[in-house]
Design a protein around this ligand. Structure first.
Ligand code: UDP
Ligand code: MG
Length: 219
């Protein structure tokens, strides 16, 4: 694989990722679960305690939506409000860039929590297409939480989050997208024995105790 990479690199200007990857390969944990399951909250706690970089696909998309001069800002805004999944080229471009920037700054920072991705088949196919052989997916951390709790939490968060999708109408669509498109991705990883499930309906500290046990075991 390095031979092929080097051949490619010699033919054209090496991308930043190619250069960085010659030193270290990113180790990725996908963090999945319904809207409001607590992915972001738990990822912040992981970052405080372990040597991971947290990349939230949703946060990266919201930042791109807000970036002046972005060609895709309006498209992202429409998808998010509708609870639909943004075309993967956009999301993966943002994730790849964020990973490159992190490793460029410090090549030892090669462990990533990728939060809220992959959300559907298109996302997964895009990841496999672009990142195959360039990153290792260690496992999927799945925050399992029922719809009622998810909705209640998001509506509560919506009182202060300012998010355009933390309202009942968007939430119904987000939950539907999650059930129809994201659950099958989790199920697929489950068949590969790659899912670590946490009961996310409990308090932040109770959930984090389970998360810690998983991370301490998995390294
Ligand atoms: N989104 C997307 N692709 C991704 C991640 C997020 O299209 O890979 C969009 C999608 O419209 C989603 C919204 O961003 O409903 C909010 O995602 P986020 O992960 O922030 O929500 P959470 O699940 O954390 O509540
Ligand atoms: Mg989130």
């Amino acid at each position: 694989m390095f031979g092929r990479l080097l051949a490619n690199v010699s033919q054209r200007a090496p991308s930043l990722l190619s250069r960085v990857l010659l030193t270290m390969k990113p180790q990725v944990v996908f963090v999945l679960g319904g809207p409001g399951a607590g992915k972001g909250t738990q990822c912040s706690k992981i970052v405080e305690n372990y040597n991971y970089t947290h990349l939230s696909a949703g946060d990266l998309l919201r930042a791109e939506r807000a970036r002046e001069g972005s060609d895709v800002g309006q498209l992202i805004a429409n998808y998010i409000k509708d609870g639909k999944i943004v075309p993967v080229e956009i999301t993966i471009g943002l994730l790849k860039k964020a990973m490159e920037e992190t490793m460029e700054k410090d090549e030892k920072m090669c462990s990533f929590l990728i939060d809220g991705f992959p959300r559907n088949e298109d996302n997964l196919a895009g990841w496999n297409r672009v990142m195959d052989g360039k990153a290792d997916v260690k496992f999927v951390l799945f925050f399992d939480c029922n719809n009622e709790i998810c909705i209640t939490r998001c509506l509560e968060r919506g009182r202060s989050s300012g998010r355009t999708d933390d309202n009942r109408e968007s939430l119904e669509k987000r939950i539907q997208t999650y059930q129809q498109s994201t659950r099958p991705i989790i199920d697929l990883y489950e068949t590969q024995g790659k899912v670590r499930t946490v009961d996310a309906s409990r308090s932040v500290d109770q959930v984090f105790a389970d998360v810690k046990a998983i991370l301490d075991k998995e390294g």
